[in-house]
Each structure stands twice: as C-alpha cells, then as structure tokens.
Design a protein around this ligand. Structure first.
Ligand code: HEM
Length: 589
C-alpha cells in the first residue's frame, strides 16, 4: 500500500521497481504518504547508486579515481546521495507515528549528539513558534550544549531570569564580542557596545532625546507626516479601490520619519507611486543576515563571509548601500555647518551631534556620528514599522477592540478641525492620556515585540534564578516573542489580543514590570526611544483608525518573517475604505 502511494504520479517505472524492492525495509516503521515523500530526484539517485553498486561500478570508479582521474559524475552522485539520505532521515523522523516518536518539544526534535540543530534548520521558517512550544513544555527555559563547535545556548523567557540577566546581575551579561561581530552594520554604536563606551553613548543620546525641544519636534513631525503622507496615501488607495501592503506603507513612513528625526531630512519614500528605496531594501537584507548569524555556529557564517557566498554575499552589497547613504548625509550636513554655522532651528539628532563640542573634540568624530546615527536609524525604522503593521493587523481582525478605540477617540475628534479632504488627525498631547489606546499599543507589543529575540553573552560563571548554570562562552537567547505567549506568565488567554488586561478594576493603567513586558527591554539598557515611539504610534494609529476601515485581503497569510525584527513574511495586504459619518457609531446603527 505504501509502495502504491509512493508510485502514484511521482516515480518512473524503474524507480517504482527500486522502491518496491527496498521500501519494505522501512515499511514496518514508517507510514509514508504522498505529501511526506522526499522528492522524486532523491529516489532516482538512490536507484542509480543502488544499480551502480550492485554492478560493481563503485569499485571501478574508485579504481579510476586512483588511477587515471575521477568519474566526477559518480562522485557527485555519491555526494548528493549522502545529502539525500540525510533528507530522507529527517523526513523519516518527521513522519514517524506519534507514539514511537521521541519528540520532547513540539517543532524541535532532540537528536543524539547534534541536539536540536537539525530541528532548527528544518523548522527555520517557523522558528518563533517552535521555540515557544519548546519553552512552554520545558518550564520557560531550555539549555542546549553540544560538544562540538562551541555551540552552547541558554534559551529563556522566564521573567525571573530576565530580571537577573538584564538588571540584578547586568554587568555579567554584556552584549559580547560575538554580538558586535554579528551586528557589524552598527559599528561601535550604542547597540553594539558594552562597558564605558556604551555608558557614554547612552548618556549622550539620552540627553539629546529627552530635551523638551526634541520632544516637541517628535510630536510635530509625527502629526505632519500623518497629515501630509499617511492620510493622503490611504485616501488615494481607498478612492482607487486598490489593495495596498500596509507593512510597506509603514516601513516607508518610519524610514521618512526616522530620517527626519535623526538626519533632519525626509526622503519622501511614502509618496503616492511608492518610489524604490534601495536603502530600505539593503536594511532588510542586512537584518536577515544578522538573524541567520544568530542561529548558525559562528565559524560557519564567518567562513561564508570570507568566501562571500549565500546571505553573506547579499549582506556585503547591502552594507555598501547603507553605508554610502549615511556617509553622504553626514558629509553634506557637515559641509553646511562648516559654511553657515549651526542652524538654530534644526532639532534633529545629527545637527545636535555635529554641534556638540565634546563630540567635535573626538578625532574620530565622524565615525562616532556615523555609528550613532546608523544605530538610531535602525532602531527607529524597523522596530516602529513592525509595531505599526502588527497593530493594524490586530485592529483589523478584532472589531470589538476597534470599536472601543473609536469610542475613546470620538470626544477628541469632535473638537478637532476637519481637514480639506474630510479627514481628522490628532495631536500627540490629546492622545497622551487615552487609556484604551495606550493599553492596545502595549498589548500589541506584548504579542508582537518588534525585537523577537535578544542576545546576551556570559562574562563569568553564574547560577540563574531558575537554577540553570551558565558559564563564559555560553550564549543567552531571550525570546521576547515567547514571553507574551506563556500561560504561566500571562494566563490562559495569553494568545488573545485583549487590551483590557492592561487596565485595572478601578479603570487605571495596570503596572506591569519590564521583566514581564519585555518589548522595550528591561534594566539599564531599556529602549531610549520608548516615549518617542509611543507618541509616533498613537498619532499614526489614531488617525488611520478614525478615518479608514482596514480589511485584510481574504486569504492573505500573515505570519512572522525570519528576521531579527518581527516583520510580516508576506507583508500586510489590505483594502482600505473611508469611513463615513461618525466612526464611533460602528455597530450601533
Ligand atoms: C516600537 C518601537 C521600538 C521598540 C519595540 C524598541 C525596542 C527596543 C529594545 C528591545 C531594545 C534593546 C535592544 C538590545 O539591547 O539589543 C532597544 C534599545 C534601544 N532603542 Fe528601541 N525600540 C523601538 C523604537 C526605538 C526608536 C524609535 C528609537 C530611537 C530612534 C529607539 C532607540 C533605542 C536605543 C538607542 C536603544 C539602545 C539602548 C541601549 O543599549 O542602551 N528605539 N529598543
């Protein structure tokens, strides 16, 4: 029966003969179905190999290899067959009946010697959910050590461990050299630094980002961007009744907005017609490579980088594009400063860095500024666009939450001037105290933290609150994505989008410690852009929700992308419709 399934429409007659003579060996253990089968070429190669070996061709090929040169085709087939056997073995594991399978964790199978590495490789497309399932079953922590390649990981989403690693014993858990090598795009910037270099950069950035002038600049530029780009773009999409990729819209929005805040320049990516943005594409490639580097033994990706192959090749080209953009922007701003002096009206961070006397005294001032601005740009562009995309998705698929949000906005909208196109935008100050809006944004980031995984090194031997021991050389992966999906941390309804969990019985915002709500990190390295991003997000989502009904295109699959930032793999394809009348009356008419 199994042989018939294999043959149906898939294998040629000689293959079927081969299959029928060999498959009984496996039949006791494996119930094959058509969908479980390795592809036909695999079987074909086994057939060839089988035939050659039985006819003594293997020996003659070896003789030829030693004597007058290799039968390269045959050697190639041997090699490919080895690979195919491995694939077959992996498939075999995957299709073994549940009761005979020794899978301890859903999605990630433990193998002798190599542990979860093959499982990680074969589950790479759903790694976040795979690890989440594993952590749920293993009590929030999982340690994997392999005797080769220095591959020692401690994976956690345990709030007690997070507090210990990020706060109580902070000095023992630096980012580490490997982190800096993986994120080479960030140079020696704040994300990549430890110790004194990190501390001094953090102090400088914090000082500049918390001035009332900078805050006012953030609030005003957020509103301007919404009124001048986001609303007109969506109105155009609604009026022309076309689908649009909201993730792309928000990536462009946040690239423009962050460039403006960091460099004082709006590149206009979110223009109708959606111009091509090589820098944005380059950053996607770079971050994807960084993610692959996280889950690959260091030696492997370093060899690939040296050989300039695979992701590493793409990464090198992307880095050149990104570096050229930043270098050109700094050079033109410095030239303007040298010519005309400080522009008193400019509140962007690059202008502040260039005018800063302490930085100016540094012989490597331009490298410092390059690293700092690149770090802020990466932080702003990708994390914020991810958050906005997931928020839009959650609102579009949760009409109950959408309705409550609109009801909360209604009294403010009634006081706001209506724009020329009949649309309303909200000022940051008006939204600041809206409880439900704040709760919905936090709830979105709980379920979809823009940085799904964080990495830490271990400086000295330590015992974590969970009782696990870690030692120098270990790598710690904190799965922020999994933390929000743990029943033990957030309760039985942890996978539900429920802003109400953030609101106490007496109608106030519930305090949630940052070792449990990890989206903005915890401890001394808490995100420096948190306040700023809350302003940007609220101004944007409030205006979009009030003016447009967003509907995800039926059949469109929304799932996380394999990247260091939690983007959507297929984007967010939606259809937007202008709202008519009072949006807060939805469902009441
Ligand atoms: C929704 C948006 C954002 C989220 C979820 C977020 C989250 C985070 C997280 C998790 C970290 C820790 C990263 C690590 O240690 O590896 C971090 C650090 C940081 N974030 Fe954000 N971020 C967001 C937006 C921003 C923005 C817009 C800026 C400013 C432009 C910013 C500036 C920073 C900086 C400077 C750090 C480094 C802090 C340090 O190492 O001391 N972030 N952020």
């Amino acid at each position: 029966m199994d042989g018939q399934l294999i043959g149906q429409g898939r294998a040629c007659p000689p293959q079927r003969a081969y299959i029928s003579t060999t498959m009984h060996l496996h039949a006791q253990h494996v119930r094959f179905t058509a969908s479980h089968l390795p592809c036909v070429p695999v079987l074909h190669l086994h057939h060839v190999l089988h035939a050659r070996m039985s006819s003594g061709a293997l020996l003659s090929a070896m003789d030829m290899g030693m004597g007058m040169g290799m039968d390269w085709l045959f050697v190639l087939q041997l090699l490919m067959s080895a690979v195919c056997l491995l694939v077959l073995l992996l498939r075999y594991r995957a299709v073994k009946p549940e009761k005979t399978r020794r899978r301890r964790y859903p999605g990630l199978t433990q193998w002798p010697i190599v542990g979860v590495i093959p499982a990680i490789v074969s589950n790479i497309h759903r790694i976040f959910e795979g690890v989440t399932g594993m952590l749920a079953l293993s009590g929030l922590n999982y340690q994997c050590r392999f005797w080769f390649a220095g591959f020692r990981y401690f994976i956690t989403c345990d709030p007690a461990n997070v507090r210990h690693i990020f706060t109580s014993n902070f000095e023992n858990y630096p980012k580490g050299d490997v982190f800096a090598q993986m994120f080479d795009i960030l140079g020696g910037g704040i994300f990549n630094s430890d110790g004194e270099r990190w501390r001094s950069q953090r102090t400088k950035a914090q000082m500049l980002m918390t001035t009332p002038r900078y805050r006012a600049f953030v609030a005003q530029s957020s509103l301007d961007k919404v009124e001048q780009s986001v609303l007109p773009f969506l109105a155009h999409a609604a009026d022309s009744d076309t689908t649009c990729d909201l993730q792309d819209v928000f990536t462009r929005w946040s690239f423009d907005t962050t460039c403006n805040l960091v460099f004082g320049v709006d590149p206009g990516c979110l223009a109708i017609g959606l111009p091509d943005v090589p820098f944005a594409r380059a950053m996607d490639d770079v971050l994807r490579t960084v993610f692959v580097r996280h889950i690959m033994p260091v030696t492997c990706w370093k060899v690939m980088r040296r050989l300039d192959v695979g992701h590493e090749r793409k990464n090198a080209a992307a880095r050149r594009t990104a570096d050229e953009f930043v270098a050109a922007t700094i050079a033109s701003r410095r030239a303007a400063y040298n010519k005309q002096g400080a522009d008193k009206s400019a509140a962007d961070l690059l202008s502040s860095f260039i005018c800063d006397e302490e930085i100016a005294g540094d012989p490597d001032a331009d490298v410092y500024i390059r690293d700092m601005t690149m770090n802020l740009l990466v932080a702003g562009r990708d994390a914020t666009s991810s958050a906005l995309s997931w928020f839009s998705y959650l609102i579009a698929t949760n009409p109950r939450v959408e309705k409550k949000l609109l009801e909360e906005l209604a009294p403010i909208a009634a006081r706001r001037p209506v724009g020329p196109d009949g649309m309303v935008a909200f000022e940051a100050g008006e939204l600041k105290n809206l409880l439900y809006l704040h709760a919905a944004v936090c709830e979105c980031l709980r379920l979809y933290p823009s940085l799904p995984v964080e990495t830490k090194a271990v400086a000295a031997h330590d015992v974590l609150p969970s009782g696990h021991e870690v030692r120098p050389g270990d790598k710690i992966l904190v799965f922020n994505y999994s933390m929000g999906r743990m029943k033990r941390v957030w309760g039985a309804d942890c996978r539900e989008f429920r802003p109400e969990r953030w609101i106490s019985e007496d109608g106030k915002l519930r305090y949630v410690p940052s070792n449990k709500f990890v989206a903005f990190n915890s401890g001394p390295r808490t995100c420096l852009g948190k306040e700023m991003v809350l302003v940007q997000m609220k101004v944007t989502v409030a205006a979009v929700a009030w003016n447009f009904a967003v509907e995800v295109v039926p059949g469109h699959v929304v799932e996380p992308k394999l990247s260091i930032i939690l983007h959507m793999k297929n984007g967010l394809l939606v259809r937007v419709k202008r709202r008519s009348g009072n949006p807060a009356m939805i469902g009441k008419q």
